[in-house]
Structure formats: C-alpha cells, structure tokens
Design a protein around this ligand. Sequence first.
Ligand SMILES: NC(=O)c1ccc[n+]([C@@H]2O[C@H](COP(=O)([O-])OP(=O)(O)OC[C@H]3O[C@@H](n4cnc5c(N)ncnc54)[C@H](OP(=O)(O)O)[C@@H]3O)[C@@H](O)[C@H]2O)c1
Length: 332
Amino acid sequence: MNILISGGTGFVGYHLIKCLVNKGHLITCIIRPNSKTETLKAFDVQYISTEEIINKQIDFSQFDIVYHLASIRHKWGTSWNEYIRSGQEYTEMLLKSSVSKIAQFIFCSSVAVYGYSEELPISEETERKPYNLYGKMKLECENLVTSYNEKYGLPYTILRPSIVYGENDQQGMMTRLIKMIHNNSYHTVGGGRNRIQCIYIEDFINILEKIGTNFHPTNDGFIVSYKYPITINNLVKLIRNELQKKVILDIKIPEWFARFIAIIIEKIYQKGVKLTGPEPIIAQEKVDTMVKDVIYDISKIEKEYDFKPIFSYEHGINRLVHNLAQENKWKV
Ligand SMILES: NC(=O)c1ccc[n+]([C@@H]2O[C@H](COP(=O)([O-])OP(=O)(O)OC[C@H]3O[C@@H](n4cnc5c(N)ncnc54)[C@H](OP(=O)(O)O)[C@@H]3O)[C@@H](O)[C@H]2O)c1
C-alpha cells in the first residue's frame, strides 16, 4: 500500500514506519522545516512538507491511507493557540486533502479525551470530558474527523491509546520514571495503590497496522491499552527489580504536600523563572498522573479487531530498561 504518515519523526511514528517498511509498504512522511529525520535514515521513505499540502501540490489519490500521528504531545506550559495549530489546523489540512481520495483516515487521539472519570473502567461509552488543554485539543480533532465523515463520507478510524511506552521514547512517562528510579530521585506520591493502564509500543503498532490494512473502516473510535492495569507500587517494584535497585529510603510524599509544592513551582514558572529546566519537575498534572486511579475497558477493540496485546508489563519494562541501560551505559 501507499501510505502517508504525519508525525513519522516521533516515537510512535518511528516504530510504525519501521513496521510498515518491513512489510513492503511505500511510505511518505510529512515533515516540518526543523523536523529531525535522522532516526528514519535507515528506511526508504519519501518526504513532503506541510507547505506542499497547503499549496495543493500533493495529490492524495496516490495514497491508500493516511495515519495522522503529528501532535504536540501533552506538554506543560503549551498555550491553547499552539495546541490549535498542531491540532485542529493540521488535522483539517489533512482531512481537506483526503476527501474522496483515500480509503481510510486513521487519527491517533488519546484517552485524555475522557479526562479522569469517576466511573471506572472508562470505556467508549464514557462521556468525553477532557481535564486539560491537550485532551480538549484531541477532542476537537476527533470532532473534525467525524464531521468530515458525516459531510463528505471520508472513512475513518480513531484510536485512543493510553500511556504508550517502549524503546526510543525520550519524553514518555515510563522512560522518565525509569530514569528517576535509576537516579534514586523517585518518591511515591500518595499511597501508590492507584492504578494506571499502559500499552507497549509493539502492541500498539500491531493494531495500528492491522487497522490500516483492513479495507473496511468502522468509522468509529477505540480505546487501545493493555487489558489489565497495574498499581504504581507494583510498577515501581518491577522497575526496581529490572534495575536491580535496592530501596534505601522509601519516602512517601503526601498528596497534599506534593500539590502544595506543585502550585508554588508552577507559579514561579509562570513568572518565567525556569527553576528545574524547561518543565517544572513537579506540576499539578504530574501529581494527577501519580495519584489518580484510572482503568480502561478494551472489550470494544478486542471484539472488533481481535486485539490481544502480547507484551506483559514485565516483558515491556524489561525491554525498555535494557534499552535505556545500553543508551546511557548503566550497569544492570
Ligand atoms: N506516546 C504516548 O504515550 C501517547 C499516548 C496517547 C496518544 N499519543 C498520541 O500519539 C501520537 C504520536 O505520539 P508520539 O508519542 O509519537 O509523540 P512524539 O514522539 O512527541 O512525536 C510527535 C510528532 O508530532 C510532530 N509534531 C510535534 N509538534 C508538532 C506541531 N506543533 N505541528 C506539527 N507536528 C508536530 C513531531 O514532528 P517534528 O519532528 O516536526 O517535531 C513528531 O513527528 C500523538 O498524536 C500523541 O498525541 C501518544
């Protein structure tokens, strides 16, 4: 198949391109003037620019499908205007060019569209009520995608992954957590008994590929995650085992105290003083990730696509820890 990908220079994009190139598909990747394409050098990939699309120099009928992955990932301090540019404007540019030309538009959204629901597990039936600008932007983009289906019949699939983790992810929550545990700078916030539910990159790529190469798009949205959650305490234990780190002092920070510090640090950042690097080391949203109990029901995608993640938390963490150890010359 001839496939167009936005966000190919990112974490998910790299793994998707590697998988699709290995399966013999032709890949065209949309890049920006400052996009870093070094990681894709190993693959035979064509590049086009967003300007070429805006100037209507690219005929989308040469493509069978479009994977739209490009987006500012959830990042502290990003303004609504920046989210709109990377979200709605970019999505609409691709949708306009895709109408009547391609067989399927696959949009990578996020479980952030559901926010922190009181009712668990979160399923596709749960009200979409984002709690942050990133989730709001993803919801606006989802609405755009469905409106292009309603108005112009553009076939689509929306995927809402939970936390995706794996090799080559520089910014992800799991990579950061492993690095903090390795540096002995991790402390549990709250009791650590709350649950999170992740997905290993290879399982996510397998379902992306399966949906893309299925010529009967469902025109629907799906949560993508492991079937089961893990408590923060068990996840940390697993990472410590892989890193062979003994707990010297297990300080548990009360949630109220973490929030108090987060509020102060965020206020200092808003005044332009970057105390702990480009992003605050602790922010209220980061506290939420550490303390909120969130679980997902994946039965819809299981039924529709026979989705069966094959990587356990143990296997995925083992791979990522060894990858980070190799990259950073850690002894594990
Ligand atoms: N990783 C996760 O845990 C996770 C979970 C849920 C959903 N998602 C979604 O999955 C998709 C891929 O995520 P990822 O983890 O691969 O993210 P990533 O590593 O941060 O890559 C982001 C990609 O989007 C492009 N991009 C960033 N800002 C942009 C902007 N303002 N305008 C246009 N393009 C921009 C980047 O291109 P440049 O090279 O030009 O910067 C890059 O190719 C995203 O839509 C993300 O929201 C990810």
